[in-house]
Write a protein that binds this ligand. Structure first.
Ligand SMILES: NC(=O)c1ccc[n+]([C@@H]2O[C@H](COP(=O)([O-])OP(=O)(O)OC[C@H]3O[C@@H](n4cnc5c(N)ncnc54)[C@H](OP(=O)(O)O)[C@@H]3O)[C@@H](O)[C@H]2O)c1
Length: 313
């Protein structure tokens, strides 16, 4: 495996295992320089989104890198407020314009928006059929979302991009997606930097003479998960790509897998009524109950806090 290692998606399209994420990189010099540095140092995939407000800067970074468009895998995502059939068609063309390209390699539904996302998906299927997108996929779809969504799709998503890192390594979702030939892609693989301080990861880094970031990213690519780390720092952009000259052994992988806490970095829940609906329609109800229980506990906690706040306690 080297920096240009790819996975083959369910429609035969090749996607690089390593990509560069640009969330939070400021439009202008910051994102332009970061994208240019990444591409000049071997990255061949860029992950952006309408919601990141930096697609134009990504386009400039690509142009300044001197790498040709056909050699770069570009992902963007339809924003929550753009969803629905017409909204998605317009959003897609807007992204093409910003990114100065006439096709995307991958277009994702950024976040599930209940039944509205079924309309979004129809638009994405049409854009795909017209040859304007090489692969279409979803993001932030957990098993209970997919159970509801997949029977309503004509085309099975090629990719599911989810929060995936040492404290949230989704063994069941990974297996579920593998069984359905949906490629899992990790967002926030480094837990936005927080995972680098985990002692077990630091110990493996010392043993392998690699950085904690390289250990985490290597663990993910060895699991077959696509990674898109982000950095605004030149040295880190370069070192994060140096994943293909070492191997983690079974014991390292076991330790990294054991760090899973099923813990997202911040709570995000579906609407209560959607969860009830998924409970009715999903075949695998066992995946809905824990989400529903967590959502109920979270909502109750928020209500109690508001109530105590109002009483000044
Ligand atoms: N689909 C979604 O809903 C969704 C959500 C979030 C993210 N994403 C995608 O996933 C990508 C990656 O996730 P992320 O940006 O949230 O976070 P991340 O890649 O897990 O972490 C980025 C943070 O880690 C630091 N960092 C990177 N490499 C480092 C290193 N070698 N040593 C020390 N610190 C390092 C960076 O700081 P410096 O910049 O200072 O180096 C930055 O603060 C995003 O950019 C975006 O493309 C998608």
């Amino acid at each position: 495996m080297n920096k240009s290692a790819t996975v083959v998606l369910n429609n035969g399209v090749k996607m690089p295992l390593l990509g560069f994420g640009v969330f939070k990189l400021k439009e202008g010099t910051e994102v332009i320089d970061a994208v240019k540095t990444a591409l000049r140092n071997g990255y061949r995939s860029i992950d952006t989104a309408y919601a990141y407000h930096n697609e134009a800067g990504v386009a400039k970074g690509i142009k300044e890198s001197g790498i040709s468009r056909e050699d770069i895998f570009i992902t963007s995502k339809v924003g929550n407020n753009q969803q629905g059939y017409k909204g998605t068609i317009n959003a897609f063309h807007q992204s093409l314009k910003e990114l100065k390209t006439d096709y995307l390699d991958l277009y994702l539904i950024h976040w599930p928006q209940e039944d509205l996302s079924i309309e979004t998906w129809k638009a994405m299927e049409d854009l795909y059929e017209k040859g304007l997108i090489r692969a279409i996929g979803v993001s932030n779809y957990w098993i209970h979302h997919l159970e509801y969504f997949l029977p309503r799709c004509n085309i099975i998503p090629a990719v599911n991009q989810v929060e995936f890192h040492p404290h949230l390594s989704h063994p069941e979702l990974l297996k579920y997606c593998e069984d359905r030939k949906i490629q899992v892609e990790s967002w926030s693989p480094l837990m936005q930097g927080e995972a680098l301080a985990i002692p077990e990861i630091q110990a493996i880094a010392i043993k392998t003479k690699k950085t904690p970031a390289q250990v985490i990213l290597r663990w993910l690519v060895q699991k077959g998960v696509v990674v898109i780390p982000r950095s605004a720092t030149r040295e880190r952009i370069i070192s994060n790509s140096q994943l293909f000259d070492f191997h983690l052994d079974n014991e390292d992988i076991r330790i990294l897998d054991s760090l899973n806490r099923n813990k997202s970095m911040r709570p995000y829940f579906d609407k209560f009524m959607f969860l009830i609906r998924t409970l009715i329609y999903n075949k695998q109800k066992k995946h809905v109950w824990p989400v529903l229980a967590k959502a109920t506990a979270y909502k109750a906690n928020q209500k109690i806090k508001t109530y105590l706040g109002a009483l000044n306690l």
